[in-house]
Design a protein around this ligand. Structure first.
Ligand code: B12
Ligand code: SF4
Length: 498
């Protein structure tokens, strides 16, 4: 069978503006078993190539696949439906398949709304995609494909899933499907980049988080397999920036230490790694942090989320603001850059935004990034947040950049955020520490990111300058986003029983 994996085109600023155009590895992982079973798979990243729907259809027309598989995260859902509908209209014999976190939890809503969707794989898709293509090729019953949602006449059948994938070593992403690595030149060091994954899942259960329910249990591949893969990307494809897709890669102290040793043994000069980390793992590893830097880790992203310890407790975050502050200092002392995420709007109140900005004064992070609270339908806090916010925007705007509530004037708040960015990142002490402090690799990267931040902020404040000041690669320049073109919908999107 010929499967064509498609990433819908989507740009919204935010992390793409900071990190640059990075690949969606979901379909690459999902393709692994299918390739091993001898099926043909291709990969079309409409985001990286900034392709219109027509361009996307032209590619399908050229490749003539038997089945089109579309990656669906929440912000991609509407564009995914457009692709599916247009595929059916232009190529009636091509089957349509969806996968990804949004399709996993919201398949019923999607399939009810769009009869052109033939199939959905719910959950981790490595094993199921292989089985599905085998079954379609042999005309075998679809009931045997784990986690598959399919149409049996007018009925929707939901096959039991296989559970979390255990064999991570045996199901590595098919990076070989990437047609052009230059599409993924990041903004951090300007080099080719790859999104890589060591572990899946998280050991915490934050109430707002959309991730831990998807992955269920925490697991990792073996450090050697991961290091070999990274080394292959470095030597064969010239990748120099690696962003980890993991939620909490350091959760198992021994596995993480093994990974650092394996990477150090590879001696990948100039390789830069960025990863999320929990403050508590950083504090546990304070002695080990120089080894992180030695292995190439330069950019550590901490989810501080809230500055008020009371809110952190309410959301089950299992960390205090003091932990983040100490983790930030420890990361910097070890010669790495500490980025911190803050979530705004939880209480739908302007004074909370103001208080958060005031409380951040004591945090010495190199960069602070803000996101608006986004209540995904399958999260524990969804109902209470929606009761407060009342309305939800169209899925295109579920992107952490759009605030759902009426209690905060987003435009006004973002003007305050820009002022905060300038005063925080240009404070003389922070500026000198970042620009001149720590070892050379840290200083170099800091300066590069600082210049980028200045250019992006100028483009944000004075859009007419963006042609002059913004980087040439990538489609996105604004750090903030609120797209008035999208319709605001009333009503809620209820979680399904997936
Ligand atoms: C790396 C990353 C990025 C990178 C790269 C983005 C990219 N192109 O993928 C950057 C930094 C640019 C980024 C930006 C954004 N991101 Co992001 N990102 C991630 C991160 C950390 C890893 C993604 C990943 O590679 N996962 C590993 C793969 C293997 O998992 P997977 O995609 O779920 O794939 C599996 C299954 O879902 C399935 N599958 C996936 N696709 C398909 C397709 C088919 C056909 C099939 C059958 C199966 C299938 O099979 C895979 C293997 O089992 C995730 C969190 C996470 N751990 O997933 C957030 C995450 C995907 N991002 C998220 C968001 C919201 C964004 C932004 C909107 C934020 C912002 N405003 O900046 C932007 C959107 C950018 C864009 N253009 O789409 C959310 C999405 C939430 C949701 N419910 O949909 C996540 C889940 C984080 C979160 N906190 O909730 N992101
Ligand atoms: S620590 Fe991060 S990944 Fe883990 S549950 Fe909380 S928000 Fe989600």
């Amino acid at each position: 069978m010929r499967l064509m994996m498609i990433v819908p085109n989507y740009h919204c600023g935010g992390m793409e503006a900071v990190q640059g155009p990075l690949m969606n590895t979901g379909p690459l992982f999902a393709a692994s078993a299918a390739l091993k079973a001898g099926h043909q798979v291709s990969f079309l990243d409409c985001t990286a190539e900034n392709l219109s729907l027509d361009d996307c259809m032209a590619r399908i027309g050229r490749e003539r696949p038997d089945i089109v598989g579309v990656a669906v995260r929440t912000h991609l859902a509407n564009e995914a439906l457009r692709i599916v509908r247009e595929t059916r209209r232009r190529f009636p014999n091509v089957r349509t398949l969806l996968g990804g976190i949004h399709a996993t939890f919201m398949y019923r809503e999607m399939m009810d709304e769009c009869p052109e969707i033939d199939l959905v794989i719910a959950g981790e898709a490595e094993v199921a995609t292989g089985h599905l293509l085998d079954a379609l090729e042999k005309g075998a019953p679809l009931a045997c494909v784990p986690g598959l949602v399919w149409r049996d006449g007018a009925e929707l059948r939901v096959n039991p899933g296989a559970g979390p994938l255990k064999d991570l070593d045996g199901n590595r992403p098919a990076y070989g499907l990437i047609p052009n690595w230059d599409l993924y030149r990041n903004h951090i060091n300007g080099e080719r980049s790859a999104v890589v994954q060591f572990s899946r899942g998280c050991v915490q259960k934050c109430r707002y988080c959309s991730q831990w329910k998807f992955w269920d249990t925490w697991r990792a591949c073996s450090p050697q397999v991961f290091a070999d893969e990274v080394s292959m990307l470095y030597h064969k494809h010239g990748v120099r920036y690696f962003l980890m897709a993991d939620e909490s890669p350091q959760a198992d102290a021994d596995a993480w230490k093994g990974l650092l040793d394996a990477l150090i043994a590879k001696d990948l000069k100039d390789a830069v790694f960025g990863t999320c980390a929990r403050a508590k793992d950083i504090l546990r590893d304070r002695e080990l942090l120089p080894r992180y830097a030695q292995a190439g880790f330069r950019l550590m992203l901490l989810g501080a989320e809230f500055t008020a310890n009371k809110t952190l407790k309410t959301v089950n975050k299992e960390q205090r603001m003091e932990d983040t502050e100490l983790a930030v200092r420890s990361i910097q002392d070890a010669g790495m850059i500490a980025m911190v995420d803050i979530m705004l709007g939880w209480n739908n109140r302007e004074d909370e935004v103001k208080e958060t900005l005031e409380n951040l004064g004591g945090l010495c992070a190199d960069y602070v990034c803000f996101f608006w609270t986004t209540p995904y339908p399958w999260t524990d806090s969804y109902k209470e947040l929606m009761a407060e916010f009342g309305t939800a925007p169209a899925y295109d705007n579920w992107n952490f950049m759009t605030f759902f509530g009426k209690g905060i004037d987003q435009k006004k708040a973002e003007r305050e955020l820009v002022k905060f960015y300038v005063s925080y990142h240009f404070s003389p002490s922070r500026f000198f520490k970042g620009w001149f402090g720590g070892p050379l690799p840290r200083r170099k990267l800091y300066r590069q990111m600082f210049r980028l931040g200045v250019r992006k902020s100028l483009a944000q404040l004075f859009p007419r300058l963006s042609g002059l000041v913004a980087p040439k690669s990538g489609q996105v320049n604004a750090m903030h986003y609120c797209d008035p073109r999208h319709r605001w919908l009333s009503g809620s999107h209820m979680a399904d029983e997936a």
